[in-house]
Design a protein around this ligand. Structure first.
Ligand code: GDP
Ligand code: MG
Length: 738
């Protein structure tokens, strides 16, 4: 089998169409394979560039023979010896002769036998209606000797044609096109010139026209309102075979397209004798690719005796074909778009936003191609239906693209935000590595512009001219807003980093400065006070004043650094206020920790011992004492011990000398600023007297040594002092012994 023209479920080959295709069989069934035939003969894609011609006439009047000679078709012809009807139903074949209009389709209609009426008349009427509904030219095949026989079978046929045409016209007053009745007079002997035969026929036609009943409003209509006429005569095929062939050749030349202006009509609507006959106005305007469906629908109406309403048929056809064409266009669109949709869904599923490369160009090209293809084929159909279906298709395409584009922008949004955060963090890190000199605000600004540009470019690449939904300005603005929010978060992180650095600095400075103050305790002779008078040395009495002052100075300096730096990266006043508030609190906590470290048992005991020893072992001039037995070791011991013991209550509480009260810590820390947000306080240690709800008083906050610890310290210190004393005593005796 030749598989070239074969397709699934249709095994027809070109050879099967040798005799054309039977459109309607003898059981009045429509052949579903008409479209396959049109495809096999390359007519299906011709749009409107095809022509349909039907032949009418009594049985066995040489119709099939005429068509075969005229168009090179191969319709069955009655053999000269059998003389029985051969053409059953309606056959169709494509013109095989050159130098005629493109894509001429010829329908060979089963004729009626003039001698037998009845059942046949039904088919005659139906086939006439079918031919009129579809054909541009109706060839009426007639013997010369039948001309003027008004009562002849052909006249009955013409009457039927006129009546059914009136029916069609009633349903379709706007667009029912004219048709050409082309009379081909056979066995023309030549005695009567064609013009005479034509006049006779025209008179007969007028008579028939006047005899048919016309619907109201059309009583005065003339036959020329609906039909054009053309005439031709052929010699006897058997008796004058050569002339017959020559005349058929001439007749064939008339099957070319023409325009009415170039071919003035005759008095009775007949054509110039040898002009082209295929006027555009005869065309039924059914696109070739809808021909089979349309004719099937038309035949279905006819065969079921329904009112044939061609406009309705054309609308139904348009709906069917537009849907079909749209589906075909969507297949190509799908091929491009589906893989992209899948890729996007996949990356969304795994949570990795992926910006599809060149999506805008791909999407709009696929959209345009699909719509263009649809427009090319579908615009040939019923305008209203076409427009509606065009909108439907556009909506369908746009729904798909819309989802895809929104996904794309969401991916661009997510990856843009991620890129932005990473770029800023990366630049900050690089800045830190290269010595910490970087401008945070500048980094944010540069990266923001870059990221906005990236998003803008993507959004603009998705825009399609005159398609409003492809304007993504709102998404762009939203993206800008999100970047601002991310910037704010990054700035907050940067603030935290700055705060950590500053806090570390405070801690280190406090460590040195406070350590120094406590170390001074180790010397019992600092300041101007004399131990003898019982007056505490200034260095001891105002220990807390000095610590507080040093603390305030360090924190003040730190605040200045913090605020300057924070302002440099465009932190708001609120943010700065919160940072400073946190800094003061954290600094206080750091101070407390440092003090606690200093008063840890071992440390403070050592300091007290040093203090005591200094007072005990050195005289007022700072000269070490060499104990002699006569010395008042006990008196000096007691004095020094008591002097050092006074330090313990002093150390127990953070109190300023002048007021003998705690420093105004709440005032120093200040009220919680209004910029504090959730999370800002989470890492803060509660401070007594500042955070009232904590239940801890300022007094408690300022307690350095608890009562218990204090007593314990006294006992331990005394023991240590006692040890020193005993040692001194021994050394005094030992010194004498030496
Ligand atoms: P159809 O039934 O109208 O299609 O007629 P056919 O084409 O089958 O021809 C019927 C018979 O008429 C055949 O035997 C042909 O040979 C014969 N025939 C065909 N053309 C002519 C013609 O021009 N003149 C005459 N007298 N006979 C013809
Ligand atoms: Mg025939």
């Amino acid at each position: 089998m030749n598989g070239h023209f074969a397709s699934v479920g249709d095994e027809s080959t070109k050879a099967d169409y040798e005799h054309g295709v039977q459109v309607i069989d003898e059981d009045k069934e429509f052949n579903p394979k008409i479209n396959a035939y049109l495809q096999a003969t390359n007519v299906a894609d011709a749009g409107f560039n095809y022509h349909l011609i039907s032949v009418f006439g009594s049985q066995s009047t040489g119709k099939s023979t005429l068509l075969n000679n005229l168009f090179g078709t191969d319709f069955n012809v009655m053999s000269e010896t059998e003389r029985r009807q051969t053409t059953k139903g309606i056959w169709m074949s494509k013109n095989k002769k050159g130098s005629m209009a493109d894509n001429i389709l010829v329908m060979d209609v089963e004729g009626t036998d003039g001698r037998e009426r009845g059942e046949d008349q039904d088919f005659e009427r139906k086939s006439a209606l079918f031919a009129l509904a579809t054909s541009e030219v109706l060839i009426v095949n007639i013997w010369e000797h039948q001309v003027g026989l008004y009562q002849g079978a052909n006249m009955g046929l013409l009457k039927t044609v006129f009546e059914v045409n009136m029916m069609l016209f009633l349903k379709d007053k706007q667009s029912n096109p004219r048709s050409l009745l082309f009379f081909v007079i056979r066995d023309h002997i030549g005695h009567t010139p064609l013009s005479n035969l034509r006049n006779t026929l025209i008179q007969d036609l007028a008579k028939i026209w006047s005899s048919i009943s016309k619907p109201p409003g059309l009583e005065n209509s003339r036959i020329e309102d609906y039909f054009d006429f053309a005439f031709s005569a052929l010699p006897h095929k058997i008796l004058q075979p050569e002339q017959f062939v020559a005349e058929v050749g001439k007749l064939g030349q008339r099957f070319v397209t023409a325009s009415r202006s170039g071919k003035p009509q005759g008095e009775h609507g007949d054509h110039e004798f040898d002009g082209g006959i295929l006027l555009p106005e005869y065309h039924r305007r059914i696109p070739a690719d809808g021909f089979s469906i349309y004719t099937e629908g038309v035949w279905d109406q006819i065969v079921n005796n329904k009112d044939l309403d061609l406009p309705t048929q054309q609308e139904l056809l348009a709906q069917f074909r537009c849907d079909e064409i749209a589906r075909e266009c969507l297949v190509a669109f799908d091929e491009v778009i589906s893989p992209l949709e899948e890729k996007q869904a996949e990356s969304a599923r795994v949570g990795k936003p992926f910006v599809l490369p060149k999506l805008g160009a791909t999407g709009s090209a696929a959209r345009e191609k699909c719509l263009k293809n649809f427009e090319t084929s579908a615009s040939r159909y019923h305008k209203g239906v076409y427009k509606r279906k065009h909108t439907e298709l556009e909506t369908k395409l746009d729904q798909r693209l819309k989802a895809l584009y929104h996904g794309q922008l969401s991916a661009a949004h997510k990856s843009g935000v991620a890129t932005f955060s990473e770029a800023v963090s990366g630049a900050v890190k690089a800045g830190q590595k290269s010595g910490g000199s970087y401008e945070f605000a500048e980094i944010v600004d540069t990266e923001k512009q870059k990221t906005l540009e990236f998003f803008k470019k993507e959004a603009q690449s998705l825009a399609i001219a005159n398609v409003p939904w492809t304007n993504f300005k709102a998404q762009f603005l939203l993206f800008g807003k999100e970047l601002d929010e991310v910037s704010a978060r990054l700035r907050k992180d940067e603030m935290r980093r700055l705060a950590t650095r500053v806090e570390r600095w405070v801690r280190s400075r406090l460590g040195d400065a406070v350590g120094l103050e406590f170390n001074k305790l180790g010397s019992g002779r600092g300041g101007s006070g004399a131990p003898e008078t019982g007056e505490k040395p200034a260095t001891e009495k105002d220990l807390w004043d000095r610590i507080w002052n040093v603390f305030i100075t360090i924190v003040g300096e730190a605040e200045g650094r913090f605020a300057d730096r924070a302002k440099s990266f465009e932190a708001s006043q609120d943010e700065v206020d919160v940072g400073l508030w946190r800094l003061r609190r954290k600094s206080w906590v750091a101070l407390r920790e440092k003090i606690e470290e200093e008063v840890m048992e071992g440390n403070i005991l050592l300091k007290l011992r040093e203090n005591f020893e200094d007072k005990f072992r050195y005289d007022e001039a700072g000269v070490p004492r060499i104990w002699r037995p006569a010395d008042d070791i006990e008196g000096i011991y007691t004095k020094a011990r008591e002097s050092t013991l006074t330090l313990i209550p002093l150390l127990s509480r953070f109190r300023l000398a002048a007021t003998y009260a705690a420093p105004d810590l709440p005032d120093f820390v200040g009220h919680q600023p209004r910029g504090v947000e959730a999370g800002d306080e989470d890492d803060l240690t509660p401070i007594g007297g500042v955070d009232e709800e904590d239940g801890k008083s300022l007094e408690e906050e300022m307690t350095v040594l608890s009562e218990g610890k204090r007593q314990d310290l006294v006992v331990r210190f005394k023991k240590t002092a006692d040890g020193v004393y005993v040692e001194a005593k021994r050394s005094a005796i030992g010194g004498v012994a030496q």
